[in-house]
Design a protein around this ligand. Structure first.
Ligand code: HEC
Length: 146
């Protein structure tokens, strides 16, 4: 009887130790630096952008444009954010090519997720551009509608 009690106490102690170790881990991951933004952005990219822009950001010829060094990816961040927020169906040439598909507005994404996915895009596929911040997404929303 006594032994069972001690075993139970031991198990309880071990499990509470594990819980506190797990809590520490999640706290350590939280800081919103650009490395964690890139990691979060990659997950969003795989879920929301991959199907059209492909795993390497290369797009699909004549259908979906690439995200590698295009004037939009490296250009004005507010314009870039608005493409993700509002979608893009302007039938404009993108660096000399036209694309027949249209891009739907990414309405499922939070402001932070828009910042993360664009930070990921701007630092992947050979792109080396600065991070997109949450404040910039809010600015893109707060300004004029389009
Ligand atoms: C259904 C397919 C589809 C999905 C999903 C999609 N896009 Fe697009 N995207 C397009 C198409 C098509 C265009 C060009 C539209 C045009 O020419 O009018 C485009 C244009 C763009 C552009 C501007 C042009 C360029 O190549 O630089 C960016 C940046 C972009 N998309 C990023 C994203 C990001 C980031 C996501 C995920 C959050 C995403 N797209 C999801 C199809 C898609």
């Amino acid at each position: 009887m006594k032994l069972t009690f001690i075993t139970a106490l031991g198990l309880f102690l071990i499990s509470s130790l594990q819980t506190s170790a797990q809590t520490k881990k999640t706290v350590a991951k939280t800081p919103a630096n650009s490395a964690s933004s890139i990691a979060a952005g990659q997950k969003i990219y795989l879920q929301y952008c991959l199907s059209c822009h492909m795993i390497d950001g290369g797009g699909v010829p004549n259908m979906n444009p690439p995200l590698i060094n295009t004037s939009y990816v490296k250009g004005d961040k507010i314009k870039l954010i608005k493409i993700v927020l509002n979608g893009f169906a302007q039938n404009v040439d993108i660096d000399g090519q036209s694309y027949s598909n249209t891009m739907p507005a990414q309405t499922a994404l939070t402001d932070q997720q828009v910042a993360d996915v664009l930070t990921y895009v701007r630092s992947s596929f050979g792109n080396k551009y600065s991070a997109v911040k949450l404040a910039e997404v809010k600015a893109a929303k707060g300004g004029k509608k389009k």
